[in-house]
Design a protein around this ligand. Structure first.
Ligand code: SAM
Length: 288
């Protein structure tokens, strides 16, 4: 076993590191540095530009919460747009919802998709072959500029942090067009970082979303490899705020989707509890 370690480069003053039991691939694509390593505890881990994106061991936390929460809030999303998410884990979960007729995934970096398929196939499973899935290799910002108005019920943004190629997905232009292409009661979710470490990210992007959406909120998930306490997922929507469905309604929807008791982090109760924010997090959100 090699004694190499990889240090995450996300923060200047603090780092997490993984023991590299095997390096499966390390290459530069047109957009970013892509590395997939094997670690005895976390399994295979994907890093982009030195920042941890996903591990086989804890991906279920983030992917289930990013997908099931908005889809169960919406209740009848037929058309879903996924931006980023090259590993395919979000697409796989979106397609578990039987009401979804089409899931369009726009990922800028075809290399991430290819390498995740090759080295982390369990994350996406067979989702790429689902006839409802459409994969577009392209820039998410351009896609939302070009898409027709009111063409999606839910948008899920599974991006890198607001640095490098992912930066455009946190801008006014992106949120303005996202609001335009969402249907009447449509909603958008996106990762907003770990507020203990990156409070600005949640505060600034929530403020931006509030310019274009009728309501803005956030919910939490404890993702072991996104270190520093809770990770936040921002949510914003058009129309009436229906975030707080009762447990009974969510359960009913989960039974219909055959997902009740089939998930490892998400549950109807966890969905509701995830919106109970500690004050150090809620104070970053604008008043609705
Ligand atoms: N779930 C993990 C997380 O949040 O850390 C993994 C996300 S990772 C797979 C994010 C993906 O967003 C990357 O594959 C990256 O190429 C893609 N991405 C970054 N900027 C993008 C853009 N402007 N348009 C589309 N995809 C983008």
């Amino acid at each position: 076993m090699s004694k190499n370690w990889v240090n995450e480069t996300l923060y200047d003053a603090w780092q997490q590191r993984f023991r590299v039991d095997k390096e499966l691939v390390h290459k530069k694509s047109e957009y970013q540095d892509i590395q997939i390593i094997e670690n005895e505890f976390y399994g295979r881990v994907l890093l982009l530009d030195g920042v941890t994106q996903i591990s086989e061991k804890d991906e279920f936390v983030y992917q289930e919460m990013l997908t099931h929460v908005p889809l169960f809030i919406h209740g009848h999303a037929k058309r879903v747009l996924i931006i980023g998410a090259g590993d395919g884990g979000v697409l796989r979960r979106v397609l578990q919802h039987p009401e979804v007729e089409k899931a369009t995934m726009v990922e800028i970096d075809g290399e991430v998709v290819a390498l995740a398929k090759q080295f982390m196939p369990d994350i996406s499973g067979a989702c790429w072959d689902d006839p409802r899935a459409e994969l577009i290799i392209g820039d998410g910002i351009q896609y939302v500029v070009d898409a027709p108005s009111e063409s999606f019920d839910v948008i899920i943004v599974d991006s890198t942090d607001p640095i490098g190629v992912g930066e455009v997905l946190f801008t006014d232009e992106f949120y303005k067009n996202s609001a335009r292409i969402l249907t009447k009661n449509g909603l958008i979710v996106n990762q907003c970082g770990v507020p203990f470490m990156q409070a600005d990210e949640l505060r600034e992007t929530s403020l931006r979303r509030s310019k274009f959406f009728d309501y803005v909120s956030a919910y939490v998930a404890a993702v072991p490899t996104y270190v520093g306490g809770f990770m936040t997922l921002g949510i914003a929507g058009k129309g009436q705020n229906k975030i707080y469905q009762t447990v009974e309604v969510i359960k009913e929807r989960a039974v219909k989707a055959n997902l009740l008791n089939k998930t490892r982090y998400w549950s109807p109760e966890v969905q509701l509890a995830a919106f109970a924010l500690p004050p150090y997090i809620s104070e970053q959100l604008p008043e609705n």
